[in-house]
Design a protein around this ligand. Structure first.
Ligand code: PMP
Length: 419
C-alpha cells in the first residue's frame, strides 16, 4: 500500500496520460541510468525518455556546459536569429557528424518535437517535387500532427485524431511481422504501372529500425534496395532517425549500417543531450526550396538545446565514450545470446544498444505487461512496443556502466522467469 497521493495528477491531468499509469510513483531526481522517486526508491532506467536520453540522465559533461551557459546569461530564446550557440552547434554538426561521413546537408530547425521535424520533412519533399503522395510502412511511427500521423501505422491513433491516410500509401514493412513480402517489388510496381491508381509520391519515409513498431531493424540489403528504387524513379527518401539515431545503434545514424545516403533525415530526441527539446531536418542542398517565412515556428532552435547538443556531439566523439558504448553493446548482445538458449520462444531483435524481446509467441502482450510490472516493482523501468505491446523494449543509456546494466538485466531475467 502506497502512501503517495496522486489526486492532483488525476484531477488535473488529461485522461490521455499514459506512462504515469504504468509507473505510479513521483520521480524527482535522476543521474545516469538511475531514477529516484520521492518515496526513496531507486529505479534503473532502460526506457530513457523513449530514446531521448541516450547519454543518460544529467550527463555530467553536458550538464556542466548547460550550467555554464545559464550562469553567463546566455540567450535563452532567439527564434531563428543568429546566435553564438546556434553557430557553435551548426559548426559541430557539420564538422563532427556530417562532413566526416561525406554528408552535405542543409539544416532546418523545427521545433521542438520529433513530430515537427517529420512534418517539415514531408513538406519540403512535397514542395521540392511538386507532388503530394507519400509512401510509408506498416507499423511506422512518425508523429502526432496531421501530416506525420497520416504516415503513422497505428489505426487507433489515426482514428482518435480523425485522420485518414489521405495522401499516404502504406507498404508492408518487409523486415517486420509482415515478413517475406516483396515490398520493393510493390513499390516498383506502383511506380511503373499507372493503372495501379497510385500517384507517384513525393517521398518514401522509413525508419531504419522501427522502434515503436516493435524494434525491427531494416536489413542493410533492403535499405539499399529502397534507396535504389527511389533514386531510379526520382522519389525522395526520408529516413526518420528520431529514435534510432544519435548513437543508439553504435553509429551516429542507423542508416550508416546500410551505407546509404538519404535525401532527407529527421533527428530529435537524444539530440538535445540531456532531454532538452531540439529537432531538425537535414536535406540535400538542392532540396532547400524554402522561401523565408514559408515554414516558421516560435520554438525553432532551443538555445539551451543547442548548447547541450553541441556538448553531446563532442562527448559522442570521445574515445572513452565510444569504448564504453562498445563494451555495453557487447554485454547486451551476450544477454541476447543467453536468452536464445534459456528462452528460445522469445524472439530478440535489435542493433547496438537497442534490444527488443518479442513475446508474441511466448505469452504475448499479457505476459509483456506482467514482465513490465514485475520489473517496475523490482526497480527496473522498461517500455513495451510493437503492434500489440507484445515487445519489451530495452533502451539503456548507450554508455551505461556495466554494473548498472548487469543489475537491470538481472531484474529482467527474474521478471521473465516469474511472469
Ligand atoms: N519518429 C519516430 C521514429 C519516433 O520514435 C517518434 C517518437 N516516438 C517521433 C517520430 C515523434 O517524436 P515526438 O514524440 O518528439 O513528436
Amino acid at each position: 500500500a502506497s502512501a503517495i497521493d496522486f489526486t492532483v495528477f488525476e484531477d488535473l491531468e488529461s485522461e490521455v496520460r499514459t506512462y504515469c499509469r504504468k509507473f505510479p510513483v513521483v520521480f524527482h531526481r535522476a543521474v545516469g541510468a538511475d531514477l529516484f522517486s520521492e518515496d526513496g526508491r531507486r529505479y534503473i532506467d532502460f526506457f530513457c525518455g523513449a530514446g531521448s536520453l541516450n547519454y543518460g540522465h544529467n550527463n555530467a559533461t553536458i550538464k556542466a556546459k548547460v550550467q555554464e551557459y545559464l550562469a553567463a546569461d546566455g540567450i535563452m530564446h532567439g527564434l531563428d536569429m543568429h546566435t553564438a550557440a546556434k553557430r557553435e552547434f551548426l559548426r559541430t554538426v557539420n564538422d563532427v557528424v556530417l562532413r566526416p561521413r561525406g554528408l552535405d546537408y542543409k539544416i532546418q530547425f523545427c521545433g521542438p518535437t520529433g513530430t515537427d521535424a517529420v512534418e517539415a520533412a514531408l513538406k519540403v519533399a512535397r514542395k521540392a517535387t511538386g507532388r503530394r503522395g507519400i509512401f510509408a510502412f506498416t507499423g511506422a511511427y512518425h508523429g502526432m500532427s496531421r501530416g506525420s500521423l497520416a504516415a503513422t501505422g497505428s489505426l487507433r491513433a489515426r482514428r482518435a485524431g480523425g485522420v485518414g491516410p489521405g495522401e499516404v500509401t502504406f507498404i508492408p514493412f518487409e523486415d517486420g511481422p509482415a515478413g517475406a513480402f516483396d515490398s520493393i517489388g510493390l513499390i516498383e510496381r506502383y511506380l511503373n504501372d499507372p493503372s495501379s491508381g497510385v500517384e507517384k509520391p513525393a517521398a518514401v519515409i522509413v525508419e531504419p529500425m522501427q522502434m515503436e513498431g516493435g524494434v525491427y531493424p531494416a536489413s542493410r540489403e533492403w535499405l539499399r534496395a529502397l534507396r535504389e528504387v527511389t533514386e531510379k524513379h526520382g522519389v525522395l527518401l526520408i529516413v526518420d532517425e528520431i529514435q534510432s539515431g544519435c548513437g543508439r545503434t553504435g553509429r551516429f545514424f542507423c542508416f550508416e549500417h546500410a551505407g546509404i545516403v538519404p535525401d532527407v533525415v529527421t533527428l530529435s530526441k537524444s539530440l538535445g543531450g540531456i532531454g532538452l527539446p531540439v529537432s531538425l531536418t537535414l536535406f540535400k542542398r538542392g532540396l532547400d526550396v524554402w522561401e523565408p517565412g514559408e515554414h516558421t515556428g516560435t520554438f525553432r532552435g532551443n538555445q539551451l538545446g543547442f548548447v547541450a547538443a553541441t556538448a553531446a556531439i563532442e562527448l559522442w566523439q570521445s574515445t572513452k565514450f565510444r569504448t564504453d558504448l562498445a563494451v555495453a553493446s557487447r554485454r547486451l548482445e551476450r544477454f541476447r545470446t543467453e536468452l536464445a538458449q534459456t528462452h528460445p520462444e522469445i524472439v530478440t531483435r535489435g542493433r547496438g544498444m537497442a534490444l527488443g524481446l518479442d513475446l508474441g509467441a511466448a505469452g504475448g502482450a499479457e505476459r509483456a505487461d506482467r514482465v513490465q510490472r514485475y520489473a517496475f516493482e523490482h526497480g527496473l523501468i522498461v517500455e513495451l512496443c510493437g503492434r500489440d505491446d507484445e515487445v519489451i523494449k530495452l533502451l539503456p543509456p548507450v554508455n551505461i556502466d556495466i554494473a548498472r546494466l548487469d543489475r537491470g538485466v538481472d531484474i529482467l531475467r527474474a521478471a521473465l522467469w516469474s511472469a
